[in-house]
Design a protein around this ligand. Sequence first.
Ligand code: HMG
Ligand code: MG
Length: 298
Amino acid sequence: MNAMPSQVRIVEVGARDGLQNEKTIIPTATKIELIDRLSATGLRTIEATSFVSPKWVPQLADASEVFRRITKKPGVSYPVLVPNLQGYERAREVGATQIAIFTAASEAFNRKNINASIDESIERFVPVLERARADRVKVRGYVSTVLGCPYQGEVPVGDVVRVAKRLHELGCYEISLGDTIGIGTPGNARAMLRAVAGEVPIAALAVHFHDTRGQALANILTCLEEGVTVVDSSVSGAGGCPYAKGATGNVASEDVVYMLEGMGIATGIDLPALIETGLWLSAQLGRATSSRVARASV
Ligand code: HMG
Ligand code: MG
């Protein structure tokens, strides 16, 4: 076991992972206000939106307008999701300088989510990565279904390692390992992370837990013990993938920050401001926050 890190970087995914899964379309102005509020909390990385096909994810069809109109705070990165060259071009047109590409360790999920096999999706990313390199755009890579798939069930660890390694070799500076349906527990989370860290430097790995079964904080703690220092989370616990049956919200950012700061691990985030933003968002969405920390604060 490694010593716990002294600091952790939170990648806030609520504006993308959260809002992509809402049943109703959130007004563009609300999305912009959410990101602007998040920018004031001390977060350094805020995933802003997604340039996927609006036919597949109508919830984020206003990606260009959102990205154009948010206030970009100096020192804060605003990466966006991109599935193909068309998405890359749309993102660049409005000035995105950081993108995230995404594939999965499960063939069945990838087919449902992006209509491609794993290898086809990686082939599709090659020209995106070439363009990004030439444009000096930083690229993050996501691997979904690392601890289980809603369609194929078990996902062999070897498949996670293969896909993560390939994305890293292709030039992704960071690989986020996604438990898309929140099915893992600390035992298999640790085993999966160790296997991936055998091929990709741990400093280039991030973890992305959905909290469907209440395991996310325990899983995160285990991954911190293994040396991870980048954690994805979503304000008020919003989140889910419309193409992953049974995927509910991401672990709430408020709960992750509370745990980390309580353990003496610095995040640079103003927790009361984050809680306030999460409560504001849940009021906009018309439902209670799933953050236990936020609920305890009111
Ligand atoms: P396809 O239908 O196979 O692609 O979709 P296509 O090339 O045939 O395009 C279909 C139509 O979409 C065409 O329009 C294209 O122009 C258009 P038409 O000719 O019919 O009028 N199109 C686009 N429009 C705008 N921007 C684009 C774009 N691309 C095509 N970029 C595709 C393939 C990948 C496009 C589609 O499957 C897609 O967009 N999927 C996205 C699904 C998604 O966003 N899922 C959620 C994100 S992943 C996630 O949440 C997991 C994560 O959080 C980690 C974790 O939790 O594990 C990251
Ligand atoms: Mg996700």
